[in-house]
Design a binder for this molecule. Structure first.
Ligand SMILES: [Zn+2]
Length: 145
């Protein structure tokens, strides 16, 4: 074999990695929440790896660049970069920030999403805290005075 493994064992390896990612992401699309027809999506598409300064294919296939996505979203996205995809589907970005917890920092940094993700998450964390205070639950947590 030219590459040192048969295409059969390559597929077995691919399926193993894919099921690991799907399990990790709870078998739900990180863009639209669907749990139907789930596949794997590259946050930075393989075809655009040079644009994002990733010289090796291995980086693109790193777990931190892979997410669970339904086939419908994959079709919609096609080869678009992630930011244009989010511009066209604004609701998907917030889902992605919450659900794609394992997206690597270097991926978010090269796509320009890193700061936005942190801002978004701290905003909803503060929002959650305000809810707790409004409902008087904080006193309960702090031990009622
Ligand atoms: Zn989807």
């Amino acid at each position: 074999m030219l590459l040192g493994y048969s295409s059969g064992s390559f597929m077995a390896h691919y399926n193993h990695c894919a099921s690991k990612i799907l399990y990790r992401d709870n078998y739900e699309c990180v863009y639209c929440n669907s749990s139907e027809d789930i596949a794997i999506d590259h946050i930075i598409p393989i075809s655009q790896r040079f644009k994002y300064g990733l010289p090796s294919g291995r980086m693109v296939n790193n777990d931190g660049n892979l997410v669970a996505s339904c086939r419908l979203c994959k079709q919609k996205r096609a080869c678009k970069d992630i930011c244009s995809f989010f511009e066209e589907n604004p609701g998907f970005k917030e889902n992605f920030f919450i659900k794609a917890r394992y997206a690597a920092d270097w991926v978010l940094e090269s796509t320009g999403l890193k700061d936005e993700k942190h801002e978004y998450l701290s905003r909803i964390r503060i929002g959650g805290l305000e809810e707790v205070i409004k409902e008087g639950a904080l006193e309960t947590i702090l031990g009622q005075n």
